[in-house]
Write a protein that binds this ligand. Sequence first.
Ligand code: SF4
Length: 478
Amino acid sequence: MRFPLALTLQIAKHITRNRLQGNARFAMVLQLEPLHTCNLTCTGCGRIREYSTSLKDLVPLEQCLAAAAECDAPMVSICGGEPLIYPKIEELVAGLREQGRIIYICTNGVFMRKKMREYLASAYGPALEPQVVQLLSEGLITDKEAAQIRNADPAARSKVTIKPTKWMYWNVHVDGLEYTHDLIVEREGVFKECVLAIRMAKILGYQVATNTTVYKETDPAELEQMFQFLSALHVDGHTISPGYDYDAAKKDMVKRLGRDPKDFFLTRDLVREKFKDIQRWGEQFTLFGTPVYLEFLAGKRELPCSAWAIPTYNVRGWKAPCYVMTEGHYGSYQEVLTKVQWERYGTKDGVALNPKCENCMMHSGYEPSGALSTSLRDTWVNMRFNFGSRPKPYPASPELTRSAYNGVTVGKGHLAEAKAAVNRELAGAKSAYQRHDEPDHAHETGASNGSCGNGSSPERDALLAKVKERGTVEAKAD
Ligand code: SF4
């Protein structure tokens, strides 16, 4: 099976109960955003821009748990912002488990190893020593960290931690191989850290999924290589979705990066072009979700939007109508169900009912339509897909690993490239956001070897400003 039986049965029970109760609309997955603060500034992220004035706000723990109880979704995706920054993340995970929910922690991966070391310190005993030895031998923890785990003090031993369980997945954000991923998250070294965290999680018995957003510049061949690499790491499953052109992300792109959003976000036709191989990938790799949604992405059918099935709760309340578009915030999920004019959103026979829905094919709107379809054919196709055998892990090989580390590891870091430009070692550089179709000057100058891995937003912005300024001066001189 692609998804563990107990979890599948819990979801099936939830759908059956709601149908028997005559509920036309009900929650399947709660997108819970306990905060919007993040340690990264990913290029396509709408959250850190839309909620830029409330980045310091937190949803209190009790309110998070009450939101989950109110909408009663069997699955909760804890996202944000970066959820591992939330001070009560461990208590939140424990509380949601007490409610019997399936949990996804959507993380950029940077703090995962820290959280897993805390788990090790709290649970350490002879039974965990073999894993500690393996982590040490594979360079996933240091000698000092191993000593801290083995000799944990009472405070560390009594700390609530995030433990491995079949009811929880780390859901790691990976948008491509090293160069692309680090470019999109705007920080070098993040891809490498994600891979270390995934390897550590698998050794410790956690379930790991990955989530990937596809943009206009995403190369489908690279995506396939990425799935091969992640599969070889024994990742348990993948979600993939086209990006949505958030208003806030578009504005940021113009203002901060000087880029045209049309170069970055996808139209419907382009989504279908990018996803034309998605059904084959669904056979080869453990894609989570339904084959019906994959058919939709591949352009083989239309679906209505069911955004009410994936509600979002955050510092301002229940965001509506959907995870990506905001027309208002409500006080309860019930209000969202009854007050939003659902007939104004999504598409009908492929025609947008709202201009903002025109290019949206996001899983947060359309995936539940695939899962909740009542057609006999769709039910059969979904069941066959999920109950069918799980694709085997892709064979690991040195070539596969080498192809994955195609960025800062081999001297192709985008920030180092900008630094080189500022230092005048890189004649003719225009932008720190050069993509793969542009020359690899940093490699030639030897300017990048991973030493420019800071990537903090102010540093990057300062570099960009200087590069731009220099370009203007040089253009005037010409
Ligand atoms: S089509 Fe997309 S943007 Fe429109 S309501 Fe549905 S999920 Fe939101």
